[in-house]
Design a protein around this ligand. Structure first.
Ligand SMILES: [Zn+2]
Length: 270
């Protein structure tokens, strides 16, 4: 029997036992206390999976990372940014929506629209608007109560226009919700448009299609555009919730471009 055939058989067996294994594992954690729980899909375990960037931070069931769980924890536990205040019965525009988070938001919203700017190498399902966040011509002023754009602005040529466009399409009192990759301890956002080679971009910015790596000045960009900003991190939550939902990396990443100190920026249009 050749090696390829053995590999194929092993892959088939793993695929076959994956679902029953998952169900059995979740049954086990109904009896035995779990150390962690995904606040999006409610996967329970003693630790999350690891990837090249972070150890024990990725939910193997819905692929959530710290940033998504921090966002959902805010809606679930913080009075100022609760589902009731921001999502329930509101008109929502969600850029680059992650399926698991999108489903939760959609289930509570009055109207839920999705948007993305279609690019080569990605697949897009159930997207209502193929638009650039920095030039949303087809969307009228003051059309939405909430615009969610998590890890979007690092892909956009003019991120400042992106922030201004979000303000334009929001109703007064509405919220823009942003996350961006921010290199630890980097004060000023770094970009260099002369770097166009995909490998070089990956080396400098962390991903082949990222145009910048944000610094601590991201909050200034939001405030300068006119938003009232609250940057939510794990310290906004009781320790048992932060630990259970893994709202902060349990082990700090040593990757030179990693964002260990994730924040969700809740931005109110005054
Ligand atoms: Zn999950």
């Amino acid at each position: 029997m050749n090696l390829e055939l053995i590999k194929r058989i092993v892959r088939r067996i793993l695929k076959f036992i994956k679902v029953p294994y998952f169900k059995l594992q979740q049954l086990y954690f109904k009896v035995v206390t779990n150390k962690i729980e995904c606040n999006i899909c409610h996967y329970k375990a003693n630790k999350f999976n690891s990837d090249n960037w972070h150890l024990n931070c990725t939910c193997p069931h819905c692929s959530s990372e710290v940033r998504q769980r921090l966002f959902i924890a805010s809606l679930s536990h913080l009075d100022n940014f609760s589902y009731d205040k921001i999502i329930s019965n509101k008109k929502i525009l969600h850029f680059a929506p992650e399926a698991s988070v999108g489903m939760l938001i959609k289930s509570k919203a009055k109207e839920y629209k999705t948007a993305d700017f279609f690019a080569e190498g990605y697949s897009y399902n159930n997207i209502d608007f193929n638009i650039d966040i920095s030039d949303m011509k087809t969307i009228k002023n003051e059309s939405f109560d909430c615009v969610i754009a998590c890890d979007v602005l690092e892909h956009v040529t003019n991120h400042i226009s992106g922030i201004r466009e979000v303000i334009r399409v929001l109703n007064k009192g509405g919220f823009g919700i942003f996350t961006v990759p921010q290199k630890d301890n980097l004060k000023v956002t770094f970009e260099d448009f002369s770097i166009t080679d995909k490998k070089e971009r990956e080396k400098v910015f962390g991903q082949f299609d990222h145009l910048r790596i944000f610094g601590d000045d991201f909050i200034d960009m939001l405030q300068d555009a006119g938003f009232e900003v609250t940057a939510v991190n794990e310290s906004f939550f009781a320790k048992d919730i932060a630990d259970l939902n893994v709202l902060f990396p349990p082990i700090l990443s040593k990757h030179p471009l990693a964002t260990n100190y994730r924040k969700v920026f809740f931005c109110k249009k005054l």
